[in-house]
Design a protein around this ligand. Structure first.
Ligand SMILES: C=C(O[C@@H]1C=C(C(=O)O)C=C[C@H]1O)C(=O)O
Ligand SMILES: NC(=O)CC[C@H](N)C(=O)O
Length: 839
């Protein structure tokens, strides 16, 4: 085995060249973020750090082609066990090589366990698996005692510092002649007492860090890269100092990583793949010129201050303008969320809808022609490594606004693509039998719309349209998009403004108060996975967690009702109106596509991802994962109860919210997803600039309190809106962590009942790519999906499982989530039976 020669050299060797090995998706890029923080100012990630998967290249390629250029190795956490090649890939060879060559290596969690195993240490299931909990670390030896002159891994780190742990396995004993324990856990962690189903505190003394006695090989069982670990950056910095200390004696061919080695990095490969299919230049600048003219936005604002109705200005205006539209689109974020309502139709002359089903590798483009028919205008085959995501990015890039004829409106939607990506879009094939008729992804080009800006005072509406004069595109069907004559666009805007002005003057009847108790329908929804089977699946999931296969698993099922027929856009709107009345939510949405008799009515509280321009140069992305749910007590009717009853309700309700925020299990669930999302965002972040401005805040909705974290990142200039979404898809809050392994396990768990286990639109995302280059997408939860030609309504619900989960409490949580939409569906069924829809 070739090993580098050791001689002394005082030459300046430049920044450390680091190899980061990814054991599949387990927070790896958060380690990258810590490594990047140590690079000298001005040096780029892509030039100094290479990230490869543990099985991406053969061991001989890694050894002979990559390692001769590397100063320092970091081996990531991961699912599974270090003694299985499927889990650890070439990492065992790598550790042995590092030992022989004196190459500094740091193993984190699975990597740490692998170092112990390589020297004959014992790795086994620990008594108490710990996931997403903080624990104290006691430093038990100083490295200086063993290797003179070498900086210490814990230099500057105080004893009993706090770290986050995600593990079920632990190093139980080590060969003392080779390895040395540096740290152990101290204090207690939470565990579920199986006898009582109560969460109890138990002592934890597992080995938390070790090193090789003579070579610079280190392992940490905890996760220095977690957002809630203390001194993570310091530990990585110390490891950097150790690596530099050892590098001083080694002569390398060149101080920088050669281009052909850098090109092997996962990040470089991903960049190239997107660039190959994009319409952007290598430096991220637009090269739209090559396809001719772009879209031009025409927009006019209408003052709505004269509105005299109740405070549902969005609902009122939508009903008036689009209540009879055959293909309505309504993004209803009036309350919170984006603070705007987008109102449009999928059936205009400049609108087309693209549809994609996984496995087909063809994109169908249709024009809706009547209330229940459409014609195919494009059928595009994906080629090579092209995916629907890269295809869509290229289309979005070609339908951008290049100029506005008028002052651009202050709102995040300015026409563009609206639709959803279903959960199965993350999978290469979709083997499960597709019994619904909904495509896996569907996006409609909105060429004209009305946007109500609820945040402005007084409220305003923007009426806008896209003009595509002098427009050339790569696909013939694209020439149908938008208005082709500016006068037609202006005429449409004028007509729409006249309608709105007329609507403002209409006499408004007093809003009918609809008591929630009025719902009498006995509509029940049957779950695909019964309560008993769900509880059995939880037991199976917990076994996997105990074996180290996953840290958190978001198990879900679908509830179905086949009587709630929805046959038209009008009925779909009625269903959505019932749902929003009972459960108004920040990301309300309505889509109806009559040609396939399918629609989506969403009351989602969760933002998946939005992008925005911070200033002229910086684009940012924000995600707001929800983890942690508790039912609210029903609010007493103020007219029927005493003020003291109301005060008591307020106190109790607040108390529940506080309990949620302090609950160790819920916090752990939230933290695991936050760390996962930071990892996702690190794949698209500019210089690993990922931030968590708000951790575990409580947001309260009609029926539930939720715990929400905000994660933001500055986007690399070459990353488009579709690419950003694709890199973070499916939403981590709907999978659990680590994402890839857990998605695989979920497929097995959710398909176990023979019903295919397809999640469909549920668990995916719904939102828009605006033509001016912003995006906003919600997670599809608390949503009714109408399929099978309008004859079935499905609602998915689920929740995150951890080792601390109590099965009956988990099922209760599923029912709580279902309850946020069921009353609305019942109301709809009632109303439909009576033949009256209340507006
Ligand atoms: C799975 C659902 O919700 C997800 C799971 C949550 C949780 O485990 O607390 C909260 C919000 C969602 O991310 C659902 O609503 O069906
Ligand atoms: N986070 C990790 O790397 C986990 C390692 C191993 N799968 C365990 O559960 O112990």
């Amino acid at each position: 085995m070739p090993a580098p020669t050791f001689t002394s050299s005082s030459a300046s060797l430049g920044p450390l060249r680091t190899l980061l090995v990814d054991n599949y998706d387990s927070y790896t890029l958060n380690l990258l973020q810590l490594l990047v923080q140590q690079l000298p100012a001005g040096s780029s990630v892509l030039d100094n750090i290479i990230v490869i998967r543990n099985d991406q290249y053969s061991w001989t390629t890694v050894r002979d082609f990559i390692l001769p250029h590397i100063d320092s190795v970091v081996i990531s956490p991961g699912p599974g066990s270090p003694d299985r090649k499927d889990d650890f890939g070439m990492c065992d060879d790598l550790i042995r090589y590092a030992h022989m060559a004196g190459l500094p290596a740091l193993g984190v969690c699975l990597g740490h366990q692998g170092i112990a195993a390589a020297f004959g240490g014992n790795v086994q299931q620990c008594a108490v698996p710990v996931h997403g909990q903080t624990s104290r670390v006691q430093l038990v030896a100083t490295e200086q005692e063993t290797v003179t002159g070498e900086p210490g891994l814990f230099d500057g780190v105080p004893n009993l510092f706090k770290v986050v742990r995600y593990h079920s396995l632990a190093v139980s004993d080590i060969p003392n002649e080779q390895l040395l324990v540096l740290a152990r856990a101290a204090g207690t962690v939470k565990a579920l007492d199986p006898a009582t189903n109560q969460i109890i505190d138990v002592e934890s003394r597992e080995i938390m860090a070790l090193r090789h006695r003579t070579q610079p090989l280190f392992g940490v069982q905890f996760h220095p890269e977690s957002i809630c670990s203390e001194y993570g950056a310091r530990i990585l910095q110390n490891f950097g100092a150790i690596s530099r200390h050892h590098r001083n004696g080694v002569i390398r061919a060149k101080p920088t990583l050669p281009a052909d080695v850098l090109s092997l990095s996962l990040l470089a490969q991903d960049n190239r793949m997107w660039q190959r299919h994009s319409f952007n230049g290598d430096d991220g600048t637009s090269v739209y010129q090559k396809v001719g003219g772009m879209m031009r936005l025409v927009c006019e604002a209408v003052d709505l201050s004269e509105y005299t109705g109740d405070d549902d200005i969005g609902g009122d205006l939508f009903g008036y303008l689009y209540g009879n539209d055959p293909a309505p689109i309504w993004l209803d974020s009036a309350s919170t969320g984006g603070g705007m309502s987008v109102m449009a139709s999928a059936q205009t002359t400049g609108s087309l809808t693209v549809r994609y089903s996984v496995g087909e590798r063809r994109v169908k483009v249709v024009r809706l022609t009547s209330a229940n028919s459409s014609v195919l205008v494009g059928d595009d085959a994906l080629s090579g490594d092209e995916t629907f995501w890269t295809w869509m990015q290229a289309i979005v890039d070609q339908t951008r606004i290049s100029e506005s004829s008028t002052e651009p409106p202050q709102c995040s939607f300015q026409c563009g693509w609206v639709g959803y990506f279903g959960y199965e879009m993350s999978q290469a094939d979709n083997a499960s039998d597709c019994e619904d008729r909904l495509p896996d992804a569907q996006l409609t080009f909105v060429d004209r719309c009305v946007v109500v800006d609820h945040k402005s005072k007084p409220p305003r509406a923007f009426v806008m349209a896209l003009v595509a004069d002098n427009y050339q595109s790569s696909q013939s069907w694209m020439s149908e998009l938008g208005f082709h004559c500016p006068n037609d666009a202006s005429a449409w805007i004028s007509r729409q403004i006249s309608s709105i002005r007329l609507w403002l003057t209409l006499p408004r009847p007093k809003p009918k108060s609809v008591s929630k108790a009025a719902v009498s329908s006995a509509v029940t929804m049957e779950p695909d996975i019964s309560r008993d089977d769900y509880v059995a699946a939880i037991a199976r999931a917990k076994q996997w967690i105990a074996q180290g296969e996953s840290y958190e698993i978001c198990l879900t099922t679908q509830f179905r009702h086949s009587g709630a027929t929805v046959r038209s856009a009008r009925e779909m709107l009625a269903l959505y109106k019932c749902m929003r009345r009972h459960n108004p939510a920040p990301y309300g949405a309505l889509l109806w596509l009559g040609d396939i008799g399918a629609g989506v009515a969403s009351c989602s509280p969760e933002r998946f991802l939005c992008t925005f321009q911070k200033d002229t140069r910086e684009r940012w992305v924000e995600m707001k994962p929800i983890k942690g749910t508790c039912r609210r007590l029903p609010r007493p009717d103020a007219r029927l109860c005493s003020p003291s009853d109301l005060e008591k309700w307020e106190r109790d309700d607040e108390q529940r919210a506080r309990q949620l925020q302090q609950d160790a299990k819920e916090r752990a669930e939230n933290l695991m997803i936050v760390d996962l999302i930071r990892h996702d965002l690190n794949s698209i972040a500019h210089n690993a600039n990922v931030q968590v401005p708000q951790l575990m805040a409580i947001e309260s909705y009609a029926s539930v309190h939720q715990m929400v974290t905000t994660v933001r990142a500055q986007l690399r200039s070459s990353v488009g809106d579709v690419a950003a979404l694709a890199h973070c898809f499916p939403p981590g809050s709907m999978t659990g962590a680590p994402k890839l392994r857990t998605v695989r396990l979920l497929k097995e768990l959710e398909a176990a009942n023979g019903k295919g286990g397809r999640r469909g639109v549920y668990s995916g995302c719904l939102g828009f790519f605006s033509a001016h280059g912003q995006a906003d997408w919600s997670v599809v939860i608390r949503t009714a999906v109408v399929d099978q030609g309008g004859s079935r309504v499905s609602v998915g619900a689920g929740g995150a499982l951890t080792i601390l989960s109590d099965p009956s409490a988990e099922w209760a949580e599923v029912e709580t989530k279902l309850q946020s939409v069921l009353p609305g569906i019942r109301q709809y069924c009632d109303d439909r039976q009576k033949g009256v829809f209340i507006d």
